[in-house]
Design a protein around this ligand. Structure first.
Ligand code: HEC
Length: 160
């Protein structure tokens, strides 16, 4: 009896601790998860998949770039940054591009432009701290876009 009430207390503490960890990134004032109030981009499932794939390439690139900066291998930094530059934009089909709000596209293309600039500077200046400052400024744009938009694939009642 005693041991089972102890383990219940233990389980409760564990849950409370997990809850506190989960709540940690949010304001301490919020005890329930906040509803997702970000602007919705209504895209087809394949369009959503394409955007998310590009996003994962971004994350992969940022991962590789921080590794190259730590070495430092500035030639690799330049090459990785260039792969996330304007060269990536041409892969977006015009039909999808047309569905994206102007602010979204502007934010997106400024991120690509900045990666091109990071690539140029990494090659010419070879300055890790400069590149990190640029990367940090660009990551702020990732953060800001994610705070503003979400993607939803519409449910089609006539699809089958
Ligand atoms: C112009 C807007 C915009 C920019 C800039 C942007 N993202 Fe995203 N990203 C999104 C949206 C919208 C989603 C989907 C979010 C949702 O539906 O909850 C997303 C999702 C993601 C995901 C999840 C992918 C998946 O498979 O679920 C990752 C990772 C990501 N972004 C990384 C990045 C990184 C890293 C950067 C900067 C280098 C970046 N994004 C810049 C809009 C953006």
């Amino acid at each position: 009896m005693k041991s089972s009430s102890l383990s219940i207390a233990g389980a409760w503490l564990f849950l409370a601790f997990n809850h506190a960890l989960a709540a940690e990134p949010h304001s301490a004032l919020h005890h329930a998860p906040a509803p997702d109030t970000r602007s919705v981009l209504a895209l087809e499932p394949d369009e959503r998949a394409m955007i998310l794939e590009e996003m994962r390439m971004f994350l992969d690139g940022v991962h590789k770039m921080t590794g190259a900066l730590a070495k430092p291998d500035m030639a690799a930094v330049a090459e990785i940054a260039r792969s996330m530059g304007q060269i990536m934009v041409h892969e977006v089909p015009p039909a999808l591009r047309a569905k994206l709000p102007q602010e979204f596209r502007q934010l997106g293309s400024s991120v690509h432009r900045e990666f091109d600039q990071i690539a140029l500077d990494a090659g010419s200046l070879q300055d890790v701290s400069h590149s990190l400052n640029q990367l940090s400024a660009t990551l702020k744009k990732c953060v800001s876009c994610h705070a503003t938009y979400q993607i939803q694939a519409p449910i089609h009642s006539d699809s089958h």
